[in-house]
Ligand binder design. Structure first.
Ligand code: ATP
Ligand code: MN
Ligand code: MN
Length: 301
């Protein structure tokens, strides 16, 4: 049975409608968010999310039965994939298996229809797959780390990035941590960008060994923050701004201003339920200058 999501206001009538099977399926039973509700959320945030999810290879967390059923992390095509999801051969994959991407809101609806609850783009576009156009420093608090420490870590990452000539933007992860993101002019390759981010993580761990680690070893993380630079390798991904998370409460990853840190906002503060209100009422978009602020990776090529 195919049902069309009815537009909730006249201003939405120009938008393509989501054609969804099982629109009432509860994707987040605890938060009461259905498949149709998810499509509606993405229709509303479309102007904000589009620059970060279109025209880039995507990894996807699919939970066809919602967050209480099994989820799959998928990088490649599956049976019954919608035509609205583009497939492009990956020149570096031995099997030349295509990467997945979307071009427009219809593609995003295709993801919703497929039970995609998290969208994880590459840090590069299809137009320049080998030259990342952003850096993501993912701050992962280990057990026993207080939120204030995560805030201070993000501020330190920002200082280090800015000293190196990069701009630094901030978002909640919708999980446990924060992401600091720097836009790049796509120029340097992955083989240069990843070591650049590793040097920052290593320097933080060397300067404050009691606060930071730069290696993923679980046993070393108690009471410390992992400065996870591994999001910056070819084929690695991080959750997109405004993407939902397949976790209780229907949290979303939300761009925030640096001056918003330290208040009531925690890592999973923003959800499908309150994100649209925030966007409607925010004085200015904290990521408005994101693309404008891009510079080529400083230092050696
Ligand atoms: P948190 O704030 O809770 O850390 P996060 O999104 O930063 O949220 P991480 O565990 O730090 O979560 O990052 C995992 C990242 O690794 C994801 O963003 C995703 O892009 C990538 N990833 C790679 N493989 C997987 C997988 N099998 N399942 C989920 N994520 C994966
Ligand atoms: Mn993280
Ligand atoms: Mn991580």
């Amino acid at each position: 049975i195919e049902t069309e999501v009815a537009p909730a206001s006249t201003s939405r009538q120009q938008r393509p409608k989501a054609v969804l099977t099982h629109p009432d399926r509860l994707y987040w039973p605890d938060a009461g968010v259905t498949k149709a509700g998810l499509a509606d959320y993405y229709a509303e945030v479309w102007p904000h999310i589009a620059p970060y999810v279109t025209g880039r290879p995507l990894s996807l967390v699919r939970c066809p039965g919602g967050i209480t059923e099994q989820c799959f992390f998928q990088k490649r095509a599956w049976k019954g994939l919608s035509k609205s999801i583009r497939q492009t051969p990956d020149p570096k994959s031995s099997s030349k298996e295509p990467v997945l991407s979307i071009d427009n809101l219809e593609g995003l609806y295709g993801l919703v229809q497929a039970g995609v609850l998290e969208i994880h783009p590459w840090g590069s576009t299809l137009a320049a797959m080998e030259q990342p156009d952003m850096i993501i420093m993912d701050l992962d608090p280990g057990p026993g780390v207080e939120w204030q420490q995560v805030i201070e870590a993000a501020q330190e990452v920002r200082e280090r990035l800015e000293k190196l000539g990069l701009a630094a933007f901030l978002k909640t992860s919708g999980g446990k941590g924060l992401h600091v993101v720097s836009p790049l002019k796509p120029d340097a390759g992955w083989d240069v960008v990843k070591p650049f981010t590793k040097r920052i993580a290593d320097a933080m761990a060397a300067d404050s060994p009691d606060r930071f680690v730069a290696t993923v070893t679980k046993s070393k993380r108690k009471g410390k923050i992992l400065v996870d630079y591994l999001r910056n390798g070819r084929g690695a991904t991080a959750v997109a701004p405004f993407s939902t998370r397949s976790r209780p409460g229907a949290p979303v990853s939300m761009p925030i201003g640096w001056d918003e840190l330290g208040g009531e906002i925690g890592p999973a503060y923003f959800t499908v339920a309150n994100a649209l209100t925030r966007l409607a009422h925010q004085q200015s978009d904290p990521w408005a200058d994101f693309r404008k602020s891009a510079v080529a990776l400083p230092g050696k090529k």
